[in-house]
Design a protein around this ligand. Sequence first.
Ligand SMILES: NC(=O)CC(=O)C(=O)O
Length: 277
Amino acid sequence: MKRKFKAGVCQMLVAGQKDDNLAKARSMIREAAANGSEIVVLPEMFNCPYNSRLFPQYAESFPAGKTFKMLSEAAAAEGIYLVGGSLPERENGNIFNTSFVFGPQGEFLAKHQKIHLFDVDLPDGLSFHESKTLARGKVITVVKTAVANLGVAICYDIRFPELSRLMVLMGADVIVLPASFNMNTGPAHWELLLRTRAVDNQVFVIGAATARDTSASYVSYGNSAIVGPWGDIIARADEKETIIYADIDPGEIDKIREALPLLKHRRTDIYHIKSQQ
Ligand SMILES: NC(=O)CC(=O)C(=O)O
């Protein structure tokens, strides 16, 4: 069943100490839930500064790590669906940039390991190589909830339209994207990408960014946003720590697809897209 719900996006400022980040995330989740959010989303690497060198040090193995315990406890205590941003996850000798999703009883529902790693050397001097310490995920993730189906991707994943389209073909109504764009690519591409994926696929897109810390080695753009299936921005943050909210009605998707049947009009006799998994 799909029905209207409120989503809350916690644009949190990530600090150096993991325990401080867990405490901050917990209190923002509490506030978002108290304000009526049934789905709460945290940003990318919310328990760890976004720095490849630090990922191994902050990494945890599921289900023992304290970050998972906090996420599961928070989801149960607040009775919400929680897309727990992402964190460095240790699995079989590798580290992944992974988003964990928990349900209203605190039950683990799914995880998404970032498929496309951010390995770039930008003209302004920003060099970032996630693959120095991280491994690439291989699985496309769509999570069924009582209110909507969530396609989960992480940050750089949004640049690859095939992934969003496949999640939508697998039934996603909302693409949920924990992220941390930067001061180079953020102003140029962040809003454009969120809106384009929403318009291409006629779905909601939730981009949950970290707040901006100008003293960090990697400066986040912030600007978390929730975009509707017509491409309209229905909630938006600036760069500071905050929570944004939007009422999401999955019924809007059907109305827009009836009026403008993009998915039906695809010429699958000429081209088609398929996942290898
Ligand atoms: N940090 C990322 O994964 C992606 C990003 O900042 C960008 O694509 O730009």
